[in-house]
Design a protein around this ligand. Sequence first.
Ligand SMILES: Cc1cc2nc3c(=O)[nH]c(=O)nc-3n(C[C@H](O)[C@H](O)[C@H](O)COP(=O)(O)OP(=O)(O)OC[C@H]3O[C@@H](n4cnc5c(N)ncnc54)[C@H](O)[C@@H]3O)c2cc1C
Length: 335
Amino acid sequence: MSLAAPTIMTHGSDELRTRILRPTITGEVTWTQLFSEPGAGSDLAGLTTTAVRDGDDFVVNGQKVWNTSAHHADYGMLLARTDWDVPKHQGISYFVLPMDQPGVEVRPILQMNRHSSFNEVFLTDARIPAANLVGDLGDGWRVARTTLMHERTFATLRRPSFADGASGRTIDEAPAEAADHFATYAWYPQRAGRPDLVAERARSFGRNNDPIVRQAIAELVSFQRANEWTAERARAARALGRAPGPEGSLGKLGASGVARRSARVHGLVSGASAMLTDGPHLHDAVVAEVLVSTPAQSIAGGTDEIQHNIIGENILGLPREPSVDRDVPFRDVQR
Ligand SMILES: Cc1cc2nc3c(=O)[nH]c(=O)nc-3n(C[C@H](O)[C@H](O)[C@H](O)COP(=O)(O)OP(=O)(O)OC[C@H]3O[C@@H](n4cnc5c(N)ncnc54)[C@H](O)[C@@H]3O)c2cc1C
């Protein structure tokens, strides 16, 4: 809803907008982002999944990975290479891939926090109607940047709430479906570090009078509040109708900082019992989950290092990162 809809609204054909936007916004259809590949994450433009025109369709072959929600998505936002004879950013196209077809195989990945919210997706002669191209052929990188800017701004957004009823489901089915859906993502609050639990845990462990612990908590809360104000500024800019800009990278980096600091302070407060997945102390299992979930915050949606690069280049005006493969045909780039 937050990634596909604004992207299609900005770049999609009139026909695609009419067909796709409404069910996306009502939640009748859900999406997965099919960008990353085993050999293309930070260097996303180095992707090798290929789409070839065949009559009224494109035929897609390749592999995607880390695709959140792919196991229950109706559509994929797919980036695929449609031209290997131009530089890497110019040969990529953006498609709406129908997930429910024989050429799409989704394999869940078990994460170190024992949840399984993302997947590998294998594409073998998967078919996409040509009308599902978003933007022009070969202009997919520009379209993808819209999706990514909205994704980075996630850190600054309040979570959407979902209505109980959606068309096509009965009033009983909808909440059950929502509960099942959210169970998959039960670890997401822990990924953000749970700074809200730190002071309460320090009190319950009798650690709230330790000067080192107090200082660490104060530092964490100060950082979190400063970050929240940055997010408020980004929200205010959005409310004025401005497109998301590099402040999304600042917000995302700030959210990673809060998560990492918070995990560290939870460890300081709880000591060895932070590792318990069960036990007599309040929230023990939650803290253990925080420790193995916060690393994801620094990776999903572009790593901290990549956000630093974006801030350096787009906000501070520093020179571009050196690159040897930007201007040669992708076919000739060593991989
Ligand atoms: C919870 C979660 C959900 C995700 N969901 C999705 C999804 O729905 N759809 C999807 O397509 N992808 C998804 N991803 C994948 C994510 O976008 C990639 O993992 C991420 O972009 C990093 O790519 P990579 O894993 O290939 O790491 P790499 O790019 O191989 O990076 C490895 C390390 O090298 C560093 N590095 C790489 N390049 C540079 C550079 N130029 N300068 C400095 N340091 C650099 C990185 O910062 C990192 O530390 C998800 C990831 C996570 C953790």
